[in-house]
Structures are given as structure tokens and as C-alpha cells.
Design a protein around this ligand. Structure first.
Ligand SMILES: Nc1ncnc2c1ncn2[C@@H]1O[C@H](COP(=O)(O)OP(=O)(O)OP(=O)(O)O)[C@@H](O)[C@H]1O
Length: 248
């Protein structure tokens, strides 16, 4: 692949070894601006570990991760967040006893600690950002609702909103529709389409219907490596993919 193109994220030769076992093994990945890339693959393929490596939760044994011209493998987790990488884990980490409004407000970059954020004046800039994000994540009518009273799907959207308000350039989501109803899955697909107008999105997903709804390109992982890559139709027709993943 040409290296002269303007990729937002370039992963090359990425490898991590846990006691000699290579969970990710010489993996390369190139993400374009405003793309939705979905990583699929069997259990244990190394998908979550790739996200852990990109966000700095796990240290690479070898390889490079370049994001907007910076080398992430040498940076600490909080520096990676500040450089514009947002990561959502499978279980929502929202503040249950705060309202939707307060959850978004505390996530606004000016006040990352709960106390600090609640203490500062709710100036217009913060209010505007909260309302804009709440609209995007379908929670504009739930701003005063305590987060623990939201449905499972709404909690997932709120956590996506808490990332969006920090204006990351790259958003990484690990199985965002797990446990959601069909209607919530459809709305999440809509949400991701809106998000990619201003962000690049990297998603791990098993739900093939959802993958078909959102993906620009699909990367299939197997045993820590890229097994196949391209449109969903392309990878679905790849005999290697059928053998190790889709045929099961
Ligand atoms: N910190 C760690 N120490 C040792 N082994 C690990 C560690 N993290 C992951 N692994 C191993 O690496 C392999 C890849 O795991 P990973 O969670 O990345 O796979 P996955 O493709 O996300 O799977 P799933 O679809 O089940 O979530 C697994 O065999 C896992 O047990």
C-alpha cells in the first residue's frame, strides 16, 4: 500500500508477545480520515489487544503506531487521549448517580475531574457542547434523567457522547451494539454515520448485520494477523475467512 497517502492512523509491524505468545503478530493497518473500519474475527484473534495497543493500555513488543504524525507506542495513555484518541470499552463507564447533562458536562475537556467540572460555571460554551452532543446521541429529551435510569442502549450512547464531547479524531469502540435491541442497533448505525462526518471510527464487532450497515472497510483478524481486508462483500467471499470465521 502506498505510504504517501494521508492516513490518520498507520499501524505497521505491530507485535505484542505475552510470555512468548504473540497475541498480535506483525499487524499492519491503515485508516483514512472519516472512515469507519470494522475489525472482525474469531474469539482470541487479537482484536481487543489491537485497541489496547493503540490507546496505550498495552505496550507493543515491536512495531509502530503513527497517529496524526505522532508515534503512539512511545506515549503514555493520557497523552494518547490528549492527542485525540477516544476509546469506549464494552461495559459503559458512566456516572450512574449523575444526570445525562452532568455526565456530559464532567466529560467536557475543561473539567476532567468530577469535582472540578461541577464547580466551574456552566458557561455558554459548555452548554452548547452538551446540547449538541445530547442531540447527536438521541438523548436531548433525557438531559435531566439520572444515568442509571437509562436503557442499556441509551447508556452506551451516553458513553459515546462522553467521548464525543472531548472531540477525539479517532474513536475506538469495542462491540458497541452488544446487548442492544434491533431498534437500538439501527439507531447506533445512524449515530456512527453521523459521527464519521467529523471523526474516524474503528469498531470491533461480531454482529454481521451491523457490520454491513456501518463498515466502509472490514479487516478480518486471525491469530494476531490480518487474514483478509476490503469491503464486507469482498471478505465474505474470501475462502480463508469462510474457513476460520464465517463458516462456523
Ligand atoms: N494481558 C494479557 N496477557 C496474556 N494473554 C493475553 C493478554 N491479553 C490478551 N491475551 C491473549 O491474547 C489473545 C487475544 O485476545 P483478544 O482479547 O485480543 O482477542 P479478541 O479477538 O478480542 O477476542 P474476543 O472476540 O473473544 O474478544 C487471547 O488468547 C488472550 O487470551
Amino acid at each position: 500500500m502506498s505510504t504517501s497517502r494521508d492516513f490518520i492512523l498507520t499501524v505497521e509491524g505491530l507485535t505484542v508477545s505475552f510470555d512468548g505468545f504473540k497475541a498480535v503478530n506483525d499487524l499492519s493497518l491503515y485508516l483514512e480520515h472519516n472512515e469507519i473500519r470494522v475489525i472482525i474475527g474469531p474469539n482470541g484473534a487479537g482484536k481487543t489487544t489491537v485497541l489496547d495497543l493503540i490507546c496505550g493500555k498495552t505496550r507493543a513488543t515491536d512495531g509502530a503506531i503513527r497517529f496524526k504524525g505522532q508515534e503512539l507506542t512511545r506515549m503514555k495513555e493520557h497523552q494518547i487521549v490528549r492527542s485525540g484518541v477516544g476509546r469506549k470499552f464494552q461495559n459503559p463507564s458512566i456516572y450512574d448517580d449523575l444526570t445525562v447533562f452532568e455526565n456530559l458536562e464532567v466529560s467536557y475537556p475543561r473539567g476532567r475531574s468530577v469535582m472540578g467540572a461541577l464547580a466551574f460555571r456552566r458557561d455558554q460554551q459548555v452548554l452548547d457542547a452538551v446540547h449538541e452532543v445530547a442531540e447527536t446521541i438521541f438523548l436531548a429529551d433525557q438531559l435531566d434523567c439520572r444515568a442509571d435510569l437509562l436503557s442499556h442502549g441509551q447508556k452506551q450512547w451516553l458513553e459515546i457522547g462522553m467521548l464525543l464531547i472531548q472531540k477525539p479524531d479517532l474513536l475506538m469502540l469495542d462491540e458497541p451494539v452488544a446487548g442492544m435491541s434491533v431498534a437500538e442497533r439501527k439507531k447506533t448505525a445512524e449515530l456512527l454515520k453521523v459521527i464519521t462526518r467529523n471523526h474516524t471510527v474503528l469498531v470491533i464487532e461480531h454482529d454481521m448485520q451491523f457490520v454491513g450497515d456501518i463498515a466502509d472497510r472490514v479487516t478480518v483478524m486471525h491469530q494476531g494477523q490480518v487474514l483478509s481486508e476490503g469491503s464486507l462483500a469482498h471478505v465474505k467471499a474470501d475462502p480463508k475467512v469462510v474457513e476460520v470465521y464465517l463458516g462456523h
